[in-house]
Design a protein around this ligand. Structure first.
Ligand code: ATP
Length: 358
């Protein structure tokens, strides 16, 4: 029997609560499927680890997870530690060296969930946002001089490479091609940013020629926010830079009902390194320890993890279980206006996996 090695990194805040729920669900699913097992190694990296060790993960941390089949990540952040330290010290310290350059964020209004967009039904909002995850505005290029002095200066330089843009465009076109509508929107800002964003547009046009069956258009990022709200049904697959997609995907998650539902995959499509799956939300310290974190974002991320491992049938079973549970308001956590607890939702999804509440 195949055993998948999963590295679980719960991180901070509600990360611990949702990842243990996710692991429970993966184990139940493996048992139900019967033809594979899941071996989970849990790593206590994050803000608390930083307070003891002065770093977010050990120096050899990546070596410890390098040979796992996938990584399930919660959230990293700590009220006492600056966000850029926690982000660069853990999440980006994994994503970048593991070349997880394609960040994929599906957005859909699940059964039973009400979108804040008036009158928008489930099938009118079905998007996948592809975020360039390795360079661009978050390349980490820049610096500060004269720190603390009145003449202090600081730069963050966007870095776009032809190879980096080509590979994300190709990934996005291929993904668009695999979806029924074969529709791609390339988000840009080439009116104001006349170097890298113009190259981004040019490369989109070149790569588009390889995918004659994909209909595509180009949209300025500011206009894109309006289109997402006013005409959600005109969008399907979306590709955007690291910064643009970061912002647009939070908007997308909110439009789909709650930040607690949205999943994401940081993919290394060539599989040279493991890929990482995580809910889109952060540490949510306001609800940490209360037992009310919505675990659906982690469960949906686990669907993406299973798909990546080639376990398509298990992925479908889990997604169906999630949809059955969101469709029942008894299992809505407070972020969805309900009273359910994390453990209630987890138990209901496991029951659905086992066919108990079908
Ligand atoms: P970060 O800086 O780590 O991204 P943040 O505070 O900006 O954190 P989140 O931690 O995602 O963003 O939280 C934003 C809001 O959404 C908070 O009020 C939080 O309680 C809520 N929230 C986020 N995730 C969940 C979840 N899984 N279940 C319920 N509520 C959630």
């Amino acid at each position: 029997m195949k055993t998948y090695k999963i590295a679980a990194i719960p991180g901070d805040g509600i990360g611990g609560e949702v990842i243990s729920a996710g692991v429970e669900v993966l184990q139940a699913l493996a048992k139900r499927e019967g033809h594979f097992a899941v071996a989970v190694d849990t790593f206590d990296w994050g803000g608390e680890y930083y307070k003891t060790h002065g770093r977010m993960m050990p120096a050899n941390g990546r070596d410890l997870i390098r040979h796992h089949d996938a990584i399930l990540f919660g959230s990293a952040g700590h009220p006492d530690i600056p966000d850029h330290v926690t982000l660069w010290g853990l999440r980006l310290a994994i994503c970048q060296p593991f070349d997880q350059y394609a960040n994929v964020r599906p957005t859909r209004i699940l059964p039973g969930i009400t979108s804040p967009l008036r009158g928008v039904e489930g099938n009118e909002l079905d998007w996948v946002i592809v975020r360039e995850n390795s360079e661009g505005e978050y390349a980490g290029v820049g610096g500060r001089v004269h720190q603390g002095l009145p003449i202090e200066a600081a730069t963050d330089v966007s870095m776009f490479t032809r190879a980096g843009v080509e590979r994300i465009m190709r990934f996005a076109f291929r993904l668009a091609q695999s979806r029924p509508r074969k529709l791609l929107t390339v988000v840009t800002k080439s009116n104001a940013q006349r170097h890298a964003m113009v190259m981004w547009d040019e490369i989109a046009t070149t790569v588009a020629a390889e995918f004659p069956d994909v209909t595509w258009d180009k949209m300025l990022v500011d206009a894109m926010t309006v289109r997402m709200v006013m005409k959600p049904q005109t969008l399907d697959t979306i590709v955007a830079t690291n910064l643009h997609a970061d912002i647009l995907s939070d908007l997308a998650a909110a439009l789909a009902g709650s930040l607690g539902i949205a999943p994401t995959a940081n993919l290394n499509p060539e599989r040279t390194f493991p890929s990482m799956f995580e809910p889109i939300h952060g540490s949510a310290f306001d609800i940490t320890g209360k037992g009310i974190a919505n675990p659906i974002g982690t469960f949906w991320s686990s669907v993406m993890l299973l798909d990546h491992l080639g376990e398509a049938a298990a992925a479908r079973r889990l997604m169906a279980a999630i949809e059955r549970v969101t469709g029942d308001a008894r299992f809505h956590t407070p972020d969805l206006g309900g009273h359910a607890r994390t453990t209630d939702v987890t138990a209901a999804v496991i029951d659905a996996i086992n066919g108990a509440n079908s």
